[in-house]
Write a protein that binds this ligand. Structure first.
Ligand code: TRP
Length: 339
């Protein structure tokens, strides 16, 4: 048995990662790799819950996310990096857990109610969509994870997984630890327009963006709305640009920009140009690693297959325990007879 606590997290494969995903999640995951036994995966079946009508992008997106993970510093040697659908045990555990999960628990999950209300262009009244957080529960319990690094928006899903783990342990035998959410302090990552950075708002900077795309996006960023003329003093703390400086610029640059902005010595246009170059400097090594990974698709597929095999070994151990706990031991009994 390993001594280290198990960490598990994942993202849906709905598109390439942006800076909100990076600073809000993946960068934190990188830092957990030495202290914990880490499992990081791409939730391609979860992408189906909303994208079932057009599946053409899911596979490519999945590989892009894997490349983003590794380029951002997840290490396939130290962490198990895998794809959900390549470990079909997720589906078996999901099915078994569905038998003990009251519908009311799923119907009350706030993200469910919210998305049903907000997303009008897709029919989300499916069995799979209601079961989204239970599939997530299976993802977590399958590795008997102790800690799940996620954003605050996932709190209710973690609550469900704890509830289901308790229920299983009570009905049958104690198989699952109760997973805890690990809410790492996440910095503010605004989008270009000042709203939260999000794929669906079209306001994101991606890890894959070229230098020219970054320059063009930086030039479109919203700045301090109270600074109307060049000679007006600015307010770095009320400015999106400055939020980005806090993420990517060296401390002396941050300090200089803030001072010169308050004194109206630097204008917003020049600051955008400066920020673009600092973003490029920060992102270039990540983008280069990512391009190398995407460019060698065979090796990337190999890496994912190997990670998924390692994940599957662990998943099978858990499912053996689950089957025994529930009395579905036929395979084991048959092996004893023939052995
Ligand atoms: N629901 C998560 C999100 O939207 C993605 C996810 C799926 C996940 N399965 C998980 C996160 C298991 C943590 C653990 O970001």
């Amino acid at each position: 048995m390993s001594q280290k606590a198990v960490v598990l997290s994942g993202m849906r494969s709905t598109g390439p990662l942006h800076l909100g995903n990076y600073f809000g999640a993946v960068k934190n995951w990188v830092g957990l790799q030495d202290r914990y036994e880490c499992f990081y995966f791409v939730a391609d079946w979860h992408a189906l819950t909303t994208d079932y009508a057009d599946v053409s992008q899911i596979a490519d997106n999945t590989l892009e996310v894997v490349a983003d993970y590794v380029a951002a510093g997840l290490d396939p040697e130290r962490s198990v990096i895998f794809v959900q659908s390549m470990v079909p045990e997720h589906a078996e555990l999901h099915l078994l857990l569905s038998m003990i999960t009251p519908l009311g628990l799923l119907e009350r999950v706030p993200t469910y109610k919210e998305q049903i209300r907000e997303i009008r262009n897709k029919d989300l009244s499916t069995y799979g969509f209601l079961g989204y957080p239970l599939l997530q529960t299976a993802d977590i319990l399958l590795y008997r994870a102790h800690l799940v690094p996620v954003g605050e928006d996932q709190a209710s899903h973690l609550e469900l997984s704890r509830e289901v783990a308790r229920k299983f342990n009570r009905f049958y035998t104690e198989v699952f630890p109760e997973p805890k959410a690990l809410f790492t302090p996440t910095p503010k990552v605004p989008g270009l327009d000042g709203r939260k950075m999000s794929k669906s708002y079209g306001n994101a900077i991606h890890l894959a963006d070229t230098d020219e795309e970054i320059r063009a996006k930086a030039s479109r960023m919203f700045t301090d709305p109270t600074r109307v003329r060049r000679k007006d003093p600015g307010h770095p703390d009320a400015c999106n640009l400055y939020d980005f400086h806090k993420l990517v610029s060296p401390p002396d640059v941050q300090e200089k920009v803030a001072r010169e902005c308050r004194l109206a010595q630097i204008g917003c246009v020049d600051d955008k140009k400066l920020l673009a170059e600092l973003l490029i400097e920060y992102l270039t090594p990540i983008r280069e690693r990512r391009e190398a990974l995407i460019g060698d698709r065979d090796s990337l597929l190999d890496m994912v297959a190997e990670g998924s095999r390692r994940a599957q070994d662990r998943a099978r151990e858990t499912l053996d325990a689950v089957r025994s706990s529930m009395g579905f031991d036929y395979r084991k009994l048959a092996a004893e007879v023939s052995g």
